[in-house]
Design a protein around this ligand. Sequence first.
Ligand code: NAG
Ligand code: NAG
Ligand code: NAG
Length: 352
Amino acid sequence: MEATTKHPQKPPSLPWKTRIALSVLTTVTDAARRRDGTINRRFLKLINFTSPPNPNPINGVNSSDVVVDPSRNLWFRIFVPTATTATQPLPVIVFFHGGGFAYLAPDAKAYDAVCRRFARKISSVVVSVNYRLAPEYRYPAQYDDGFDVLKFLDERKSQVLPENADLSCCFLAGDSAGANLAHHVAKRASESAFTQLKVIGLVAIQPFFGGEERTDSEKRLSLVVSMDRTDWLWKAFLPPTEAAEFGRDHPAINVSGPRAADISALYGFPATLVFVGGLDALQDWQRRYYEWLKSSGKEAYLMEYPNMFHAFYIFPEVPESGELITQVKEFVHKQCQVAGRDGRDSVGNTKL
Ligand SMILES: *[C@@H]1O[C@H](CO)[C@@H](O)[C@H](O)[C@H]1NC(C)=O
Ligand SMILES: *[C@@H]1O[C@H](CO)[C@@H](O)[C@H](O)[C@H]1NC(C)=O
Ligand SMILES: *[C@@H]1O[C@H](CO)[C@@H](O)[C@H](O)[C@H]1NC(C)=O
């Protein structure tokens, strides 16, 4: 469906570099989707541009890969800002990449670069999780992997995190499917007890939510995200039995509908920052998510980018991507400060 059918809308003025990248990425991923619901992973190698971890700081950030569970290839890439003083406590951001639950990884060039930028500009340790992908592994494998990384960090802090990493200032962040994942892991975390780790914020960048209903924005927008693509991805994500029972109104997908979990009594559910783009087909679901958080009594903030498309912030040449990082930075440091003032920081360090 074209953006011009019902509500004429000016196409976004994107840099050429971005246009070409978007067109190559969507063409190859579309071609790798098989009718039978599987993915031609060999074909996807055409766009598998990766970056290795690097123990030597580049622009003040080093990185390394840490294995959590080799039996399910669960690992993360950790990014550490090296220019900070050893006594300055650093927030920890656990990050989940996007890709419809089916594509990409922390070593993908684009996500490696995004996490480096987060680590450097926010002065935080970033842990980018390699969770299992659909359809080879379906719901709730992705949420299990995300939650197990939190447990691992809590138990192995001294072995895997730098000494000044402050796990009581932990954030969950992600974009698209990664933001859906971050939400569900945040919910689980707020129902669980950790020894050191405390999730105090959730950064949901253009989260991938949906439902059986076709919203207005889904009908009129199709850049990067189209109904054809999202329908296919949700089918790949849900186990067939759950798909048959709930369809896209499954509580993992239609988070804010009547079947949604009641989070109003989950007092540990963290403050949430939701990013929405005005050219993103998913925006109606994302605003409902924000409204649902508010009506459930949660602290939530909505950041609107009227001229931005799905996944815009991955492209450093788009000026708004820098703005987004600045807003995440402000949110992270504010929440850390509030947590410190609340006396929840038992260490008693001066917070950022
Ligand atoms: C992409 O390449 C990397 C490194 O060569 C490899 O570890 C990874 O499994 C590949 N991903 C896919 C989807 O083929
Ligand atoms: C990255 O830098 C931090 C802080 O300087 C250090 O503790 C850590 O060992 C370094 N990581 C690697 C893989 O060299
Ligand atoms: C899905 O969510 C929308 C509200 O966001 C709601 O109108 C619809 O009834 C929901 N469906 C189910 C079955 O939860």
